[in-house]
Unconditional design. Sequence first.
Length: 429
Amino acid sequence: MRTHYSKELNPSMNGQKVKVAGWANDIRLLGNIAFINLRDRDGYIQLTFPKSKYPAFDQLKNITKESVLSAEGILKESNQAKNGFEILPERVEILSKSETPLPLDFSGKIQSEMETRLNSRFMDLRNPKVAAVFKVRDSLLSGIHTFMDEQGFIEVQTPKIVAAAAEGGATLFPVKYFEQQAYLTQSPQLFKQILMSSGLDRVYEIAPAFRAEKSNTTRHLSEFTSFDFELAFIDSMDDVLEMMENLITNTLKYVNANAKEQLDLLEIELKIPKTPFTRITFQETQKLLEKEGKTIVNDVDTEAEKMLGEIMAKKGSEFYFITHFPSEEKPFYIMENGEYCYSFDLDYKGEEMSSGGQREHRYPELVERIKKQGLKPKDFEFYLNAFKYGMPPHGGMGLGVERLVEKVLCLPNVREAVLFPRDRDRLVP
């Protein structure tokens, strides 16, 4: 139905016959001339209809705003048209007539509540700025894939229906799995580690994950996209931190190079962080926050994250690692050394993006860690078996894609980075 998208057209094509398709973004009938501003996924095209040259001129009044059209005609250079050209249609076909009034003013002239926008997400996405968010997200994911491929990682897919928790049972979604009890996965963690014993010693996955957190905040989702990697034969947690630093910087460079148009539309100047990222221990974090009147015990809560983000921003660090958390605060699969463990959080602008660390690869110690956290080793037999027959030292991380997109684009709500969000209250659309 088309020969070109809008961005493929230019004034140098003067006199050529083209065929375009899209939505009637704006319609102006002005006596002896009419204009339709046609919108496709890449931009806008001006269709100009002189009454003397378009036989079906009177039928243009039947076109409603946001109707889907196909138009064929001659491209003509024009100094008056915004793009430097217009199309003089010879034929216009209404492919789908839009009802009126529209359920949502997506132009941005009238501010709509988030709930209203999500209820008519199909219409909300017709706003070029809203669509630009997902084009940037697509570029970010492409950048991740490119980097991981260059580093010799293998992309894998792990089960989303599981028998045991990876991150604790309080946030599991139970599902009926024939005659058995099962759950939606919180993380591919246990399966990533199993693969470290297989010989596939560098793996990554970008896939849905689920957390039944009863939180109605601008940063929590019940279903989110998790990017995880695991790599074997590491010397220490530092190997994971260095991989993370290079991943972030190379991915953001990729976005800058491949989504410049969308970043400009969103008025985002994307800064590429310098490596190595600042690293502070949990104990150092406690001291920094105590100076600001904030006390933390075993973990960094939301308020503390924001305060720390402000402190680190003054030091010139948007990305920074918090390392060596108290052992009791982290999952059983993290390697510990007395009171602290080899774990980290990666924070960006005062919000946690990722957590990870060096894993416990020694079978006896891992069993003890499971028992220490009040869990039963027999419930993790499928996982523990991989550690009995040769498991190399390894580590990895998990990162929330939506949170990273939210912070990169300075969005007010993580739901802005999801096409169809799932939270405590939303199950449709």
